[in-house]
Ligand binder design. Structure first.
Ligand code: PAF
Length: 295
């Protein structure tokens, strides 16, 4: 595996590889099995796997954890190597945002609700850096986890709207055996918080079960989701919503129709850690089927 830090070296290495197909996995590092699963998918579908590690300052708000975001460059490089990444791009902030940088990519509509309400500017930071990385790498495919479902929808729309020929592929969330979604930020959780954090998966499972049992009122399903989360006094719920999986339009107040497609999406603050999770409501969600507790 080769590690490169400049766009020039990156492009040269991709050209020299003479790969017909390139699969790209952008990350912010502190890699876990959620990321290595993306590498494995990329390796199966492409001649060359390129990963990037860049903790993108523009997607963090002023009171967020940019400075203390967990970092482990050596451990990350070893994980990339073990999972078939052949080119690892680790640019500096100046390489990605050179002096005088003046262009921001904003995606309307999909970014106003859900996390957009609580993290102003976050999705513009994500869309901008991912658009730039797509242009730098020029891969045929790029892989993202479904855990950040709004991010995935925003990136899909951005690539489509800007005619970027990279196919955006979403991969089901990887969970611990007890259902907790893997996240680099799980390291912030104390043992007590880790136990309470299970309520995200429990709430999603309960909502899926209610839908399976015949509940079709989106508002009732959202209320059930919220009730499961707020039974823990330490949880500060940000939102618990059902949304259209593509447009992210909120479904509260509507009746779900057969085959319509609905995603339950939640975010909460637990101590100093912000946690998000989501699940398909109207069909089997592979991320739950692979955990020990199922459903
Ligand atoms: O999901 C992430 O790790 C980041 O938001 C991404 C997509 C790498 C952009 O910085």
């Amino acid at each position: 595996m080769r590690i490169v830090t400049t766009t020039e070296e990156l492009r040269e290495a991709i050209r020299d590889s003479s790969a017909n197909t390139v699969g790209f996995v952008p990350t912010m590092g502190y890699l876990h099995s959620g990321h290595t699963t993306l590498f494995d998918h990329a390796r199966k579908q492409n001649d060359l796997v390129v990963a990037s590690i860049f903790v993108n300052p523009t997607q963090f708000g002023p009171n967020e954890d940019f400075e203390v975001y967990p970092r482990d460059p050596e451990g990350d490089a070893a994980k990339c190597r073990a999972h078939g990444v052949r080119l690892l791009f680790m640019p500096s902030v100046a390489e990605v945002y050179p002096d005088g940088h003046a262009t921001t990519v904003t995606v309307d509509h999909l970014t106003t609700e859900l996390c957009g309400r609580f993290r102003p500017g976050h999705f513009a930071g994500v869309a901008t850096v991912v658009a730039k990385l797509f242009c730098m790498v020029g891969s045929q495919r790029a892989y993202f986890g479904e855990k950040d479902f709004q991010q995935l929808a925003v990136i899909r729309r951005m690539a489509r709207d800007l005619n970027i020929p990279t196919r955006v592929i979403g991969i089901p969330t990887i969970r611990e055996d007890d259902g907790l979604a893997r996240s680099s930020r799980n390291v912030y959780l104390s043992d007590e918080e880790r136990a309470v954090a299970l309520s995200l998966a429990t709430a999603l499972r309960a909502t899926r079960a209610a839908h399976r049992a015949g509940e079709r009122s989106a508002s009732a399903l959202c209320d059930l989701l919220a009730a499961e989360l707020t039974r823990h006094p330490t949880v500060a719920l940000q939102y618990a919503e059902l949304a259209d999986p593509e447009s992210l339009k909120l479904l509260r107040g509507t009746t779900l129709e057969a085959g319509q497609g609905a995603r339950a999406i939640i975010a909460l603050q637990l101590g100093r850690t912000r946690l998000i999770d989501n699940a398909a409501i109207d069909h089997d969600d592979p991320s739950f089927l692979t955990t020990r507790l199922g459903a």
